[in-house]
Design a protein. Structure first.
Length: 625
């Protein structure tokens, strides 16, 4: 399972859990583990010495039998034995049950009493687990061992147990295990809409876009959600694809729960996240006050530690970016929002000094204000505090760019090397950015060779487009065009599509990049696409590189700005374009290895005229889970 059977924050907690708790079933962590292998492992971990293997030879024999496909010697612990173990470790909890047991024994109701007590205990644990995971926090770290495992031993409702185990897997980011379990549940009982939406969410996070589309569409065909939980799970499934739809789902979930005079803190939290995502994408602050009110409600009631502070800081910073560059009162508002963003980020750090999220929010705000050196230092603090690999990746993802802008090329390259370790297939990390750094070092030919290696090592239209774009950024415009023309004859535009790309779009973009096409012509092909801005961001970026390679500095900056303003996420062309825009704002003659027409500062009035610190403000990542 790649996980220790018992975990604890310190030695004393670990020892207590070894003494008091049963290990989690390995198949709950990794459903593909064979039953016999799980049986052997759990026997080896049994707390009763009489049940464990008597010798190492006996354990070895069991393992040899498993490896050879023969029947094993170990047997599984029965449900009654598991319940008995639980009672022995929880004597205080069992006192009342024991008293009832004795009375019923005297009246001849032993069997009924045991079954009734087990059912009552299982229902109580299951209800507590459901409320905690569904309504409060699906990431609750201890709920699996404290509630689900004992409920399983007591014979709790199997369907609800499986649903909650799936939610635990999703909360841990174990997408594959969640999808496997939920798919089995869907086949066994296809009428539970909660299962459909959770499955769609897991498939989306697991990167299976086709399966996600099919599952979510089928869930929608089955009719609108009827319960608060169904609305909430629907929002989670569609959160990144359609933030406006997710927002409405969270609102419905909260309203239904409120009608029952119950609190749904998790719906409020995700409602605020969806509002931030909408603010990021639309640059509209219409719902800002609502989002902030919900987050303050969570803070006032003590939910989620520093996380609401982090989200509040993000919303304030995004509002500042909307107003940035305006004059008069609106310009003053930008400064006020930046001050509020820093305040909430730093308050979050006081609430939980070991949490990297509010530190990240501070770094985002400082970068947005153009304070790159201070932002890099805070990113380093966030990296030191990050406990999850995805959070460390995020810190490196933003810090390398800050180092690049500051001219600290060795530090930038070191961060890129770390990023390749996280995502070895990422074209930008492995090829585009290292090629750019090599050129900045004066090693122009080495950078060009990195760009050429992308074409040699990867196949498909996207790889060829990126290789040509890198060559153009490094001053090899004719070589880039020749590469595109040479690969055209054998290109399959149906292969390697990344939604919302389609073969017609990809072929048209390829032709435009080869022959210097017009962005307006490509825009006609986005009609009817669910997320057209993603396509336009991609096109503006590659055509901007084509313009730069042709020596048109002003035209290229205008296109890079358009790619940046697509706000297509911090892993796509908004991020890539910002890397280049900041360099061009800071030095109108950049890149020095290409002779370009000059331009008079930023093309967009929205950046204002307050120098690099104001002109180069950025957009936050807000890709948390």
């Amino acid at each position: 399972t790649r996980r220790k059977p018992f975990q604890g924050e310190n030695r004393a907690q670990l020892i207590a859990r070894i003494c008091e708790r049963e290990p989690l079933s390995p198949r709950r962590l990794v459903p593909s583990i064979p039953v016999d292998l799980e049986t052997i492992c759990l026997r080896a971990l049994d707390k009763d010495p009489a049940r464990r293997h008597a010798t190492a030879d006996e354990l070895a024999e069991d393992l040899r039998r498993f490896a050879a496909g023969r029947p094993i010697l170990s047997r599984r612990t029965s449900g009654l034995e598991l319940a008995a173990k639980w009672v022995r470790r929880h004597k205080a909890v069992s006192v009342a049950g024991a008293a009832v047991f004795l009375v019923v024994l005297l009246t001849g109701g032993l069997g009924w009493s045991m079954q009734s007590a087990r059912r009552a205990e299982a229902n109580a644990l299951l209800g507590e687990a459901y409320d905690k995971l569904v309504f409060e926090d699906y990431r609750a770290p201890a709920i699996a061992s404290s509630h689900l495992a004992p409920t399983e031993a007591l014979g709790g409702d199997e369907h609800t147990l499986d649903l909650l185990w799936a939610l635990v897997y999703l909360g841990r980011g174990e997408w594959g295990a969640a999808v496997e379990l939920l798919d089995k549940m869907r086949q066994a009982g296809p009428d539970d809409l909660r299962v459909w939406y959770l499955l769609a969410w897991g498939q989306h996070e697991d990167g299976d876009r086709a399966a996600f589309d099919e599952t979510f569409s089928e869930a929608e065909r089955r009719g609108p959600p009827a319960t608060a939980e169904e609305w909430f799970f629907r929002g989670l499934a569609i959160h990144w694809e359609q933030p406006a739809v997710a927002l409405e789902s969270y609102r419905q979930a909260n309203a239904l729960r409120a009608a029952e005079h119950e609190f749904f803190p998790q719906a409020l939290l995700h409602l605020a996240r969806a509002r931030n995502q909408q603010l990021y994408a639309t640059r509209s602050i219409d719902a800002l006050a609502d989002a902030q009110a919900n987050l303050r409600l969570l803070i006032d009631n003590g939910y989620y530690g520093a996380y609401p502070y982090y989200l509040l800081s993000i919303s304030q910073r995004l509002a500042a970016e909307v107003y940035r560059g305006s004059s008069g009162t609106r310009g003053d508002l930008a400064d006020q929002y930046y001050a509020e963003a820093l305040k909430w980020a730093r308050l979050g750090q006081e609430i939980d000094p070991d949490n990297d999220r509010p530190i990240t929010a501070e770094a985002e705000c400082l970068e947005s204000m153009g304070l790159f050196e201070e932002a890099a230092a805070v990113r380093t603090r966030a990296l030191d505090a990050a406990k999850q690999p995805v959070r460390r990746w995020e810190a490196y993802h933003y810090r390398w760019r800050l180092y690049y802008w500051l001219g600290e090329l060795d530090a930038a390259r070191a961060d890129l090397d770390e990023l390749v370790g996280f995502d070895p297939d990422n074209i930008a990390y492995k090829y585009a950015y290292p090629a750019l750094l090599a050129a900045e070092r004066g090693e122009l030919e080495a950078g060009r060779e990195i760009a050429r290696s992308l074409d040699r090592e990867r196949s498909g239209a996207e790889a060829v487009l990126w290789s040509a774009t890198c060559l153009r950024l490094l001053g090899c415009a004719e070589e880039a065009r020749a590469l595109l023309a040479e690969r055209l004859e054998s290109m399959d535009f149906n292969a390697g599509l990344v939604p919302p790309q389609g073969p017609v779009w990809l072929a048209a973009l390829y032709a435009a990049c080869m022959d210097g096409g017009d962005l307006a012509d490509l825009e006609e092909l986005t009609v009817g696409v669910a997320t057209p801005w993603k396509l336009m961001g991609e096109a503006a970026f590659h055509l901007g590189a084509e313009r730069l390679g042709a020596g048109d500095g002003a035209g290229s900056l205008q296109l890079f700005e358009q790619a940046y303003r697509s706000f297509d996420s911090e892993m796509r062309y908004t991020f890539h374009a910002r890397v280049l825009c900041v360099k061009m704002y800071d030095d109108p003659g950049w890149p020095p290895w290409i002779t370009t027409s000059q331009f008079d500062g930023p093309m967009s009035a929205g950046h204002g005229d307050g120098g690099v610190a104001r002109r180069t403000a950025g957009i936050g990542e807000e890709r948390d889970r």
